[in-house]
Design a protein around this ligand. Structure first.
Ligand SMILES: Nc1ncnc2c1ncn2[C@@H]1O[C@H](COP(=O)(O)OP(=O)(O)OP(=O)(O)O)[C@@H](O)[C@H]1O
Length: 763
């Protein structure tokens, strides 16, 4: 892949020029920032907010220019029509606005990822430029105009399926760091088609392990923000991952692509103010995740709108009024007519009832009362304790937390609301009043928040004031942009956002994350197969336009409430608004390991997607049967040995022991004994070993102990899988996940019989 000396030198000159331009831009932006800061804290509030807005803008731009240092330029297209085009992380122009570097997301860069010999798309030659730091270390060429090659070369070229194979294989063979990197230099054609797919509708991407679903989802988010910036910058993009650990694993990818504004979260964190720190049995979570729970909650709410059995008689200022069942029934029916949320409809109910009571009161006076006097009577009734109690009993103001807690702690209430569940299932939902919320409670609380609503009078007044303020900020931002000439860097909307932002809610992302009713312009969901029907309802509420990217693998499902077929999940809720794309090449796992995992998964009846592996690695699968009393010690010593091997090979790397929680606790004890610093090496890195104890895995530790659920979405150079039979017994999806985490080797250590599918391999 190295390329001739003279070619390397030519590319080095170009790359030097690009970095020089990058340095210029950084210096210019820093100077502008310093100038803005120098203006000091004087001036009108309007001036100050203008200055702060520009300061934030320049700070963001500097951060973006800093983030693209690594592999600033990585490709070159030689065009049939003559000339060439360099492709890189961002677009760069010189002072005269001549394009020096084309952003990988621009239409002009698409051919770098898509052009083939069959469809050269105006490209004569595609070149991958490999850099380390600012030094060009290699070039790799693919000639797409086959007429310019000899016969033998032509055939070889036509056979090559992967684009930039040398650069790709080098990327795949690199040691793992514990954090995902971007793939911008080596995106493959089938991935690119998904990344650039249109914004509208829900795109579901199914692919086996290691096919780049996470990578594609993140690059798509960056692409959409580039291609539809005006729409998405205001409304925001939400990225939903399976766990905080996973979100930390991927948190460097979007910034390295120059995008920092994406809100990342888990379903458990989606409701502002709710901390779902509790845990529960999978069987309970599964019940809470069922679609039928929406009906159960709907019923629970309407059951709190009740007609009393008896008449309540209240004396107010010497008069008697009666709260009668027929009156309450009629007021409830009228209040429900507009299908507003419970707490908002309650306002109508109370108003109606007070009016009826006022009629009774006035009738007893025997004369017509003027409007203002009637208003006083209504107020008197409203503040009378007995009236309040009676009306509350008929239509209680409710909070999501209060209502859900009530259902969990009062079996009668649950029975009335959930006849669809069996007595055993209802018993499973019972919990103490002070128990922590669990992740599976969050979609239920969100559903209730939707059904209950808030008293929206204050909210409506706020919204009106906000709209007026926004209009004046936009107008002001437009004028500032006209006079400052910064329009190329920022839209009026963006600048207005900056003006408006003061205190804690600074960016669209931050405002969106703090607001339950925020609706996003696009939502990306990773490991989507784990989401329950109730979780999908929450997410779909967050994106009324149904513009979603959903990536997952229905063969890797571990949650009992999760999906085993996309059609089952999406046909009912999205109807014809979703489309399916598939990824078929596995870039992570060596072929022999992927093949083994596939066999085991098929034998366990999982809906496995067919996979082709991009590479193989010698000696990638080792299977070892040991005596039961040696299981943990052997596992621990294999893990330590693997750590040593990987360190020798790539000068770093990461190893994981994956197994059931019970096995991991014992492996940790063995490691504690074995990994005396003297045995691990002078740097004593094995002290960084972590094991799961209900806390987040340390992604930076060289050796980690994880259950398959914790390992989901992550990858390691070597995985030592302890007792696969026990993992399979927990869930077949778990075993498939565990086997497909390594990039170099899978070591299996077992005492029990191996699961079906292993048999051929271990002979
Ligand atoms: N085009 C590519 N160039 C270089 N590396 C790639 C490419 N596509 C995927 N990879 C690498 O392959 C590995 C697997 O990718 P990723 O984690 O996105 O797969 P996945 O489909 O989400 O896997 P899983 O379902 O197991 O979570 C990552 O290290 C990723 O960087």
């Amino acid at each position: 892949m190295a390329g001739s000396e003279s070619e390397l030198r030519k590319e080095q000159d170009t790359v030097d020029g690009l970095y020089a331009r990058l340095d210029d831009l950084r210096a210019q932006t820093r100077a502008r920032l310093a100038a803005v800061r120098r203006t000091g804290p004087s001036g009108s509030p309007q001036n100050r907010s203008e200055r702060d807005a520009f300061a934030t803008l320049y700070e963001d731009r500097i951060a973006q220019l800093e983030a693209v240092e690594e592999r600033l330029a990585f490709g070159r297209l030689d065009l049939t029509e003559g000339g060439h085009r360099y492709i890189g992380r961002i677009g760069l122009t010189d002072e005269e606005q001549t394009q020096l570097l084309t952003d990988w997301r621009a239409p002009a860069a698409q051919a770098f990822y898509r052009a083939t010999a069959a469809h050269p798309d105006g490209v004569l030659r595609r070149r991958h430029v490999v850099t380390q730091g600012r030094t060009v270390t290699g070039v790799e060429d693919e000639v797409l105009d086959l007429d310019s090659l000899g016969d033998g070369e032509q055939a070889a070229q036509a056979l090559a399926g992967l684009s930039g194979e040398g650069a790709l294989l080098a990327a795949l063979a690199a040691g793992r760091t514990g954090h995902m990197g971007d793939i911008v230099a080596t995106i493959q054609a089938e991935q690119d088609a998904i990344i650039r797919s249109e914004l509208t509708g829900a795109l579901v991407v199914q692919g086996g392990p290691g096919t780049g679903k996470t990578a594609v989802a993140l690059h798509r988010a960056a692409y959409l923000l580039y291609a539809h910036r005006r729409v998405l910058e205001r409304s925001g993009v939400l990225l939903v991952g399976p766990s905080r650990t996973f979100l930390r694993y991927i948190d460097q990818v979007l910034p390295s692509l120059g995008e920092t504004g994406v809100v990342t979260t888990t379903v458990a964190e989606l409701m502002p103010g709710i901390v779902a720190g509790g845990t529960e049995d999978e069987a309970v979570a599964e019940i809470k995740g069922r679609a039928v729970m929406a009906r159960v909650l709907g019923r629970a709410v309407t059951q709190r709108e009740r007609v009393p059995r008896e008449v309540t008689t209240v004396r107010v200022d010497g008069r008697t009024v009666q709260i009668t069942p027929p009156d309450v029934q009629s007021a409830i029916a009228r209040a429900r007519r507009h299908h507003r949320p419970h707490n908002q409809a309650r306002v109508s109910f109370v108003r109606d009832m007070l009016s009826r009571l006022a009629d009774q009161y006035v009738a007893q006076l025997g004369w017509e009362v003027p409007a203002d006097e009637r208003a006083e009577i209504v107020e008197e009734l409203r503040t009378t304790r007995e009236v309040r109690i009676a009306l509350n009993l008929a239509w209680m103001p409710l909070t999501p937390q209060g209502l859900l807690r009530d259902l969990y702690t009062k079996p009668r209430r649950l029975e009335a609301a959930a006849p669809d569940l069996s007595p055993r299932e209802r018993a499973l939902l019972a919990r103490d009043a002070d128990a922590d919320w669990t992740p599976a409670d969050v979609p239920l609380l969100d559903e209730l928040a939707e059904l209950l609503g808030e008293d929206d009078q204050a909210a409506r007044a706020h919204a009106k004031a906000d709209a007026a303020r926004r209009a004046s900020e936009l107008e002001y931002a437009r004028r500032v942009l006209e006079s400052s000439g910064a329009a190329a860097m920022v839209s009026a909307e963006m600048l207005a956002d900056r003006f408006a932002a003061s205190g804690p809610s600074l960016t669209t992302a931050e405002r969106a994350a703090a607001d339950r009713s925020w609706t996003y312009g696009h939502v990306v969901v990773d490991e989507a197969q784990e989401l329950s029907a109730m979780a999908w309802r929450v997410l779909l509420r967050r994106v009324p336009t149904r513009s979603l990217t959903i990536v997952g693998d229905v063969a890797q499902t571990t949650a009992r409430a999760g999906a085993h077929s996309w059609a089952n999940v999406f046909d009912p809720v999205l109807r014809s608004q979703w489309r399916l794309a598939e990824l078929t090449v596995n870039y992570r796992t060596p072929a022999v390991v992927a093949h083994a995992a596939g066999r085991v998964a098929v034998a366990a009846g999982l809906p496995v997607s067919p996979l082709t592996s991009a590479r193989d690695v010698a000696d990638a699968l080792r299977i070892e049967r040991v005596d039961p009393d040696a299981l943990e010690d052997v596992t621990a010593s294999r893990a330590l040995a693997a750590l040593g091997e990987v360190r020798d090979e790539v000068g770093g790397g990461r190893v994981a022991v994956i197994g059931t929680g019970a096995h991991l606790v014992r492996v940790q004890a063995s490691l504690d004994r074995l990994a005396a610093p003297a045995q691990v090496g002078a740097d004593g890195e094995a002290e960084g070993t972590t094991r799961p104890k209900g806390r987040q895995a340390d992604l930076d530790a060289p050796l980690v102990l994880l259950t398959p659920v914790e390992a989901k979405g992550l990858e390691f150079d070597v995985v030592v899988l302890v007792e696969p039979g026990a993992v399979l017994a927990a869930s077949p999806g778990d075993l498939y996940v565990a086997m497909t985490r390594p990039t170099r080797a899978l070591h299996v250590v077992h005492t029990q019989a191996l699961p079906e599918g292993f048999d051929v391999l271990s002979e």
